[in-house]
Design a protein around this ligand. Structure first.
Ligand SMILES: Nc1ncnc2c1ncn2[C@@H]1O[C@H](COP(=O)(O)OP(=O)(O)O)[C@@H](O)[C@H]1O
Ligand SMILES: CC(=O)N[C@@H](CCC(=O)OP(=O)(O)O)C(=O)O
Length: 273
């Protein structure tokens, strides 16, 4: 596994962008997995059923009665629709949840307050098996708790945990692992609304403390730091607007690259996003 691409809910719902993204992945010809979100669709369904969702620093505090809805939306509709779309785009894809083959196991993050979990272990056996047979694994980030019951894992954190596990497995001399977060924003923006092309890990907490980066983006850039610390070679955040964007993101000509503090400065603005 060399490339982990995470798409947020708004990108996952954009059929045109996703069809193009699947074609990008096919043409790259490197063992890749797609991890998807879909948080907004969960919030919308919960609201229709009279449940008000709540979040802590961009992470859902999943009420016990909300968990079945998370399963329904992420593992049910979103995952299945993405697999169908990949197939229409000519990519052989297989949908997985974190429960399959114990891909994602978690410990409760807000004990007593519901079913949100933090990843405690990752088992890449099933995705690796699929990659060997030429399938693209498409992963919904509902998993299993240490108590054997359903848990909801933030998709950014799950993508990061999968990338970290892949980086740990990569033996000396094997190709590096890359992690690409595709969201509804061209990258991480500064206080003037301009894209920051490069952020060092030591600047992450400062950007959050200053309020420049918040909500879902705060969780995302914290995930980036964990990935870099675990040996993921390249971590980038950006949007997907046209064919070839995955390559541009991986090359650093688009989006925001996260880099270890030992490399680069906290970065200046790119003149045009
Ligand atoms: N400094 C920032 N730069 C860009 N986006 C930011 C920033 N701070 C907060 N955000 C918010 O983070 C959102 C992206 O995170 P999130 O909603 O979790 O996306 P996704 O569902 O794609 O993972 C943006 O749409 C924006 O509202
Ligand atoms: C615990 C937690 O936050 N789970 C997320 C999982 C989906 C997700 O992360 O979706 P996006 O990438 O579209 O935000 C949620 O329920 O919203």
């Amino acid at each position: 596994m060399e490339l982990i691409v995470k798409v947020g809910g708004s990108v996952a719902a954009d059929q045109q962008a996703m069809a193009s993204l699947f074609q990008d992945l096919a043409s790259l010809r490197i063992p890749s997995v797609l991890v998807h979100g879909g948080g907004k669709a969960v919030t919308d369904l919960a609201a229709r059923l009279g449940i008000t969702s709540s979040f802590h620093e961009g992470v859902r505090v999943t009420q016990p009665r909300e968990m079945a809805l998370v399963d329904m939306v992420l593992a049910g509709e979103t995952n299945t629709e993405l697999v169908r779309l990949a197939q229409r785009a000519g990519v052989a894809a297989v949908g997985l949840t974190g429960a399959d083959g114990a891909l994602l196991t978690g410990t409760l993050l807000f004990p007593g307050e519901g079913r949100t979990a933090r990843v405690s272990s990752v088992n890449l056996a099933v995705p690796e098996l699929l990659l060997k047979e030429g399938f693209l694994p498409v992963i919904a980030t509902v998993g299993t708790g240490e108590d054997g019951l359903a848990v909801n894992i933030n998709a950014d954190e799950a993508a990061q945990a999968i990338a970290c596990a892949a980086a740990r497995r990569a033996r000396k001399g094997s190709p590096p692992v890359h992690l690409c977060f595709i969201s509804d924003t061209v990258g991480v923006l500064n206080d003037q609304g301009r894209i920051i092309p490069e952020i060092t890990t030591s600047a992450i907490e400062e950007l959050i403390a200053a309020g420049t980066v918040k909500d879902g983006m705060a969780a995302k850039i914290r995930s980036c730091r964990s990935a870099l610390e675990a040996g993921v070679a390249r971590v980038v955040i950006g949007d997907y607007s046209e064919a070839g964007d995955i390559t541009r993101l991986l090359q650093g000509t688009k989006g925001t690259s996260l880099v270890p503090s030992s490399r680069g400065s906290t970065a200046s603005e790119r003149s045009s996003p």
